[in-house]
Design a protein around this ligand. Structure first.
Ligand SMILES: [Zn+2]
Length: 151
């Protein structure tokens, strides 16, 4: 028993399968609760983001993926980007963030680039960062944590 496959049927499936939003890349993050997903080495405990299937610290391939990472961190280093391709607002800051669990992540930091400082505390924010094929692309930025008032 076989039914003829129509090309019309195939295109209908492709259209209804499109989700309203998706991560920039599969396995990069989760939205509830908002976390970046990294990898953790079972041999030496090194954590990495983005996730890898081997550990560059000890060479082991006994690595666990999809590990939720800390959401708070501090600015290790940063640069201010003043020129970008069309459609991208400038200036913006691009920073290395040291998360509380020891993972170093490169990400954009929101807010005034001139107010950014080394060691400034920042917090993860998962949000739409673009749109493709009628679908929100979910990415991540870091937002400066509120600083206590100076005494
Ligand atoms: Zn390792």
């Amino acid at each position: 028993m076989s039914a003829p496959m129509s090309s019309q049927g195939l295109s209908a499936i492709a259209e209804t399968a499109a989700p309203a939003s998706r991560p920039l890349r599969d396995g990069l993050l989760q939205t509830d609760p908002p976390r970046l997903l990294g990898s953790a080495c079972r041999a030496c405990s090194t954590r990495l983001f983005p996730a890898r299937d081997f550990c560059p610290a000890c060479g082991s391939d006994d690595v666990e993926g999809g590990v939720p990472l800390a959401t708070a961190g501090t600015v290790y280093s940063f640069t201010v980007v003043r020129q970008a391709p069309p459609g991208r607002e400038t200036p913006y800051s691009l920073a290395y963030i040291d998360l509380a669990d020891g993972v170093r992540v490169m990400a954009q930091v929101t807010g005034d680039p001139d107010a950014l400082r080394i060691d400034m505390p920042v917090q993860l924010d998962i949000r739409p960062v673009g749109r493709r094929d009628g679908c929100d692309l979910i990415g991540y930025v870091f937002v400066p944590s509120l600083l206590p008032e100076a005494a």
